[in-house]
Design a protein. Sequence first.
Lengths: 340, 515
Amino acid sequence: MTLADSTKSPKSGLKQFLSDQMRNIAPIFTLIILVLFFSVQSPVFFSVDNLLNILSNASITGIIAVGLTFVILTGEIDLSVAALANAIGITMAFFTVQPDYVNIATIPLPGLICIILTIASAIALGGVTAFGVTKIGIPSFIMTLAMMQIANGVSALLVRGQIAYIFPDFITLLGAGKIFGLRWSIIVCALLLLFAHLVLTYTRFGRYVFMVGGNREAAEYSGVNVKMIIGAVMVISAACSGLAGMLGVAYFGSAQQNGFDDFLLTAISAVVVGGTSLFGGRGGIGNTIIGLLVLGVLNNGLDLIQIDSFLKILIRGLILLAALVINVYAQKLKEGTAEA
Amino acid sequence: MSTSSIRSTEGAKAPSASVGDTMPILEMRHVSKSFGGVKALRDVDFSILHGEIHGLVGENGAGKSTMMKIIAGVHAGFEGEMLVSGHPVHFRSARDALAAGIGMVHQELSVIPDLSVAENVFLGHQPVTSTGVIDWRRMNDMAREQIASLGLNIDPTTRMGSLPVGLQQLVELSRVLFSGAKLIILDEPTSALSPPEIERLFTVLRRLRDDGRSIVFISHFLDDVLAIADRVTVFRNGEKVITEHAAKLTKDSVISHMIGRGSANMHMGESADLAADDSKPIVLSVQQASDGVMLHDVSLTLRKGEIAGVYGFMGCGLIELARTLFGKNTLKSGTLMIDGKSIRFSSTSAARQAGIAYVPENRKMMLFRTEPVFKNVSIAILDRIHSILLKTGREREISEAHIKDLQIRPPRTDIALGNLSGGNQQKVALAKWLTHLPQVLILSEPTRGMDVGAKEDVIRIVKALRDRGVAIVVLSTEPETILTLADRVTVMKKGMVVKEFTKGHIDKSDLLAAA
């Protein structure tokens, strides 16, 4: 047996573990620090009411982040999520009877048909993105940028500067209603997160998502239909955004142009802050949940301690930057240990 | 140059070296280096004289790359002494080494194809005018001179990417020379070159040697080493076995030094007796295939239980042919038939489902280094294990069986693949296709860059697969690989089939002559 044949010596256990798990440890550590900090700083922070408050604020972002997690795991990106959510929310309003003072030329349909049609439009828009990325070969970054503008255009045309207030009853219940004091939107988000986690961890499709993100070329040379997987995650992302849009407009109580402006950055931040690798292949729904909580706690806590609201924007940017640094650094560490 | 003691045994000098003084330009004394407990070099003494071409050979993992990386300043920490022209030195980086006159040309070219030849030569230190603007005229003139001094006639304004690889390599070499290197390390310089290009490289190297420069020539191609080197050093298992004048060595004696046993059975791949059997059923055939870029009218027939070898030099279309068979590249014209039926693959996934398996030439293209071994093995068969839900237990069982069969070391399913050695990674790459026997197995460079032991394992596995009825095609630029494995041989040149051997005795020179 030659030198090359023998195994390379394993790294010391702890160092290996830390470099493997850095992308998971750092976000949890951040969350604990934030919770401790705000608990000390604000008397109302550490309470059940406030927890529910944080969760319900994070629920709509969470639904978007589920789809985005799939996309980022394959090493792609979807910048159209927020614009798409808004367009789909508005589409739903467009298919619902609005009060007379809302000056929109709607096409009212029965609630169920309206919901089905709206979800179908979300999937169709996702299909367009998937087609552009996989068949035509436009990089997802650019393709979804175009889709963002298209979705904004759809929103503008349908709502024409007006605001719609009425949505199908079922959606209003899910978006704004409560059961046992718990918002339905939290439950929907939690179920979706759970479902997505099961899909990613225990199904063949989930394994393919990770493998395509881990090494696209190797996946292709192993006979995995890479384009199909990437197309599928784009559609999943659009469907999640659509659902978020429908529940979101009900949650806000209104559908209007620019209704979801903050959500793109927040959703991407949640996935990345949670530790899912921007290069694909590492991370998952667990990470996204931590990321959502970190951002939720941060936003909520900063409100509670009465910080300058303009400073808040800067702080969010800095947190995202820190997360990006850790994300890229963790990737290098991981590759480094596999190399040596 | 001061008085420094050297071993007087180096006295007899190489036939064509024009050097009077035999003072080594570089001397390494008692050098040891280990990586995480594994000794890569053990107490090695090694020296390079002024004006010599020094061949360096050894199996993968023998320590030759480690030694060169120490010399070129890439590995800063090591035990032992390093003397340049008799003075002890300690390099902290490749830049330090270059400042001391030691440059390295790596196997993978680091040229920028979209820049001109002159820009590549002067990369990073272009001559500027007094106003700080690049002095194009002077740069082109100097580059032309520089390249002409290697005996070449290349227009310095040519786009680098439009030159053949062999010339690109020489331009890169001239860049290292231009930066003042007196000792140049060439890592596998001939692996991508055709015989005429190799001859041109050798002419250049001899000229440099006669000018008093020293060259270290690392290569797996022993014929090339023996043809160009004045002295040859053989490494084995981190130790230097011997340094000897090339004139006193034969390929056999070098091989026996490399592997440490008699080379009687090491004539592997020098020649072969082909026994193609046209009565075997045809599994896959391509007729008049063209991809509009590299392949022109390629026809190839694969038969059940037979290994078809396809030989050619780098860039002759082997890679493109393999990709086309696996549905990665599409055909512009021509037909692809499986079991007599015409077929067109829309994706690699379709090819896999049609029973075609492919192991590409580069392991990185095939394997997930940060994923555990069992996921690497199971990726190609997931849909056969279950359609929706994963069965990880089953995946592990299958992987364990392959690990046992193929003797993959270490025998564990759960460690990240990147922790395995190259040979074992290659076995994993094969293993993923073996759970359900494919109809057709495409092997691109199956033994490239592997040590002898792992090579023999792979050859044994491939032959066993043939005997179980798989139609196999081996595409390689290494004649030894083809001659060891193939039952019939097709030779390709510039995207076309130029020769077919089906019966009788052929040897390496037949292949080289045809390509």
